[in-house]
Design a protein around this ligand. Structure first.
Ligand SMILES: [Zn+2]
Length: 428
């Protein structure tokens, strides 16, 4: 496996608290002249002179951002003086919006006993941390910067089979030593081709190559899946990541056909199952009357994300006694999709909002007339109900690789399939 050095040789190692959330442990570091650096990241920044031993009046705190906290209150709680807090918040604003501070993210503070700041570090996301420190040794003026988190990139491979002790995609991926995020990413790629809610079969198997970021002392995070192959009920679906000239990276089969569909196979990422299909007649479980079931019910846990099946505009996000919280989205070609019984709407989902395909619009719930947590998903075309499953199958695929890029694509494909341990089949 090839390993590339990650960014930021100048970055100090970001120290992780390894502490349960909300617990803060003050540590007095570096006593006298022992030269010990325990509890303190190795300094390498030019502006900090590592040869000068820290005075005894320094306190370092590693913690995680508490819930319902903001930057100012968090810093005051950790013993920073009022003036220092104000300066930190001001400095932070030059590179980071303090309102983006997130609960449970790790941070560390190094301060004097009087409450002046020596160093503040906050992990923004898996890629970046915020660092604030005096502009020069002993200066009151603070400098804030965004620093990439040191990590290494690995090209990795994983394979799994459905069945036996691994009946679900999640379990099969876990058995391969990889996490749920990778499972979700793979399911996304194949979501136009395979409905993982209903079509997964015993002996289905997959293999994929992907980028994996390794960070010291922390779970790895995933980069892009570069290629994947899924054997589903006897057929093989392949996905190759490719960027067409002037386009964005997307996934294509081995012939350069887009894996994107106008509609996703389902508005749930996967795992949940269909509990009631579309039909023109059915006994209503609560009203006990014979009536059509104008959609599909998916059994799913409360809180599971519900995504828009296609790009569109939100027509309404409303509550009523029958449908509960319901989102309606208008798509092109006269289609309107309906998502019922939600426990919550996603932020920003209201009439007039644009939504992308696969964007979360709400959470599964049981509001309105519902006997248990489920998603009722309905689809209309020109005002008439249609069966979403058969409508999806009739949808045209996305744009294929354009003819002028097919040569480049073939090279990328052959490399990708070789990495999967496959020989390319059928060249066009
Ligand atoms: Zn229903």
């Amino acid at each position: 496996m090839h390993t590339a050095q990650g960014p930021a040789p100048q970055a100090r190692r970001f120290r992780h608290p390894h502490l349960p959330a909300l617990r803060l442990v003050p540590v007095v570091v570096c006593l006298l002249l022992c030269g010990c650096t325990a509890g303190k990241p190795p300094a390498s920044s030019a502006s900090r002179d590592r040869d000068v031993p820290l005075p005894i009046d320094s306190v370092t705190i590693h913690g995680e951002v508490p819930r319902n906290s903001n930057l100012a209150t968090m810093l005051s709680t950790q013993g920073l003086a009022t003036d220092a807090v104000r300066h930190v918040v001001m400095a932070a604003r030059s590179v980071f919006d303090p309102r983006r501070l997130r609960a449970s993210q790790p941070f560390s503070i190094e301060r004097s006993l009087e409450g002046t700041l020596r160093l503040f570090e906050y992990e923004i996301d898996p890629d970046w941390f915020l660092r604030i420190m005096p502009a020069s040794a002993g200066a009151a003026e603070l400098r804030a910067e965004l620093v990439p988190i040191p990590k290494t990139l690995e090209q990795a491979t994983a394979a799994g089979t459905i069945g036996g002790s691994t009946p679900s995609l999640f379990q099969a991926m876990e058995a391969a030593g990889e996490g749920a995020e990778l499972t979700m990413a793979m399911a996304d790629i194949f979501s136009g081709e395979i409905d993982f809610n209903t079509e997964l079969q015993p002996d289905d198997r997959f293999v994929l190559t992907f980028e994996k970021w390794n960070r010291e002392g922390r779970p790895s995070t995933y980069g892009a899946i570069t290629a994947a192959e899924f054997h589903n009920a006897g057929r093989v679906v392949r996905a190759i990541r490719f960027t067409t000239p002037g386009g964005k990276p997307d996934y294509y089969d081995e012939h350069g056909r887009s894996l994107r569909r106008f509609f996703l196979r389902s508005p749930l990422k996967f795992e949940p199952r269909i509990t009631s299909r579309y039909s023109s007649q059915r006994m209503h479980p609560i009203l006990h009357t014979e009536r059509a079931h104008n959609g599909i019910d998916y059994g799913a846990p409360i809180g599971a994300p519900v995504v828009a099946i296609s790009p569109g505009t939100v027509l309404s996000a409303t509550y009523d006694n029958a449908n509960g919280r319901m989102v309606r989205v208008r798509h092109s070609n006269g289609y309107v999709s309906f998502y019922l019984h939600l426990s919550a709407f996603a932020p920003g989902v209201s009439a007039g909002a644009r939504v992308a395909q696969g964007q979360t619009i709400g959470r599964v719930g049981m509001t309105g007339l519902a006997t248990g947590p489920h998603l009722h998903y309905g689809l209309q075309r020109n005002g008439a109900w249609v069966d979403p499953l058969s409508a999806q199958r009739k949808m045209p695929p996305g744009e294929p690789v354009p003819p002028e890029a097919l040569k480049t694509f073939a090279l990328a494909r052959d490399g990708a399939l070789a990495a999967l341990g496959q020989t390319p089949s059928g060249t066009h």
